[in-house]
Write a protein that binds this ligand. Structure first.
Ligand code: 4NP
Length: 157
């Protein structure tokens, strides 16, 4: 079974949305996969996603309320097939922590979005509801592209 770990800084705004969107879309197409999310920081460990993330997700039909924030641990680098960062700063932080042999797994989530010139999903923590809406729009694009890729690569295996 293919496994995907979505990573952002706090694991309360962006990666929980990415996690929820991927989980639902994978389920919709019958792709058997394991999705999780985590943060670089431990500040919010144990907390549920930011209420603004919960709301925007809910408005688009995704339930992320049960998720709890956790910090990335060394075992994640071995365990997950895809380690997908929400922005380039997350990439730098991940590469600093990841053994060289697993660094090939670390990519930008938005690298999978088709027809998108955007590479980073901007941190909405200090932003408005509109910024959370933008995160959801980008996450859906990246998720669609990633699932297309996974279907091609892993359903045939
Ligand atoms: P996230 O947003 O990385 O999308 O979860 C943030 C949430 C909290 C903090 C930073 C970013 N923080 O510094 O507490």
């Amino acid at each position: 079974m293919v496994s995907v770990l979505c990573v952002c800084l706090g694991n309360i705004c962006r990666s929980p949305i990415a996690h929820g969107v991927l989980e639902r879309k994978a389920d919709n197409i019958g792709l058997d996969c394991q999705i999780d999310s985590c943060g670089i920081l431990s500040y919010h460990a144990g907390e549920q996603p930011d209420l603004r993330s919960i709301k925007v997700a809910q408005d688009h039909g995704y339930d992320i309320e049960e998720q709890r924030s956790r910090q990335i641990i060394p075992a994640d680098f071995q365990k997950y097939d895809y380690i997908l960062a929400m922005d380039n700063a997350n990439i730098d932080d991940l590469l600093e922590r990841c053994p060289v042999e697993f660094q090939y797994k670390i990519e930008l989530f938005m690298a999978y979005a088709e027809d998108s010139l955007v590479s980073d999903i901007p941190d909405p923590y200090y932003g408005s509801e509109r910024d959370f809406d933008y995160v959801l729009t980008l996450a859906e694009k990246a998720a669609d592209g990633l699932l297309k890729h996974l279907r091609k690569k892993h359903l045939a295996e």
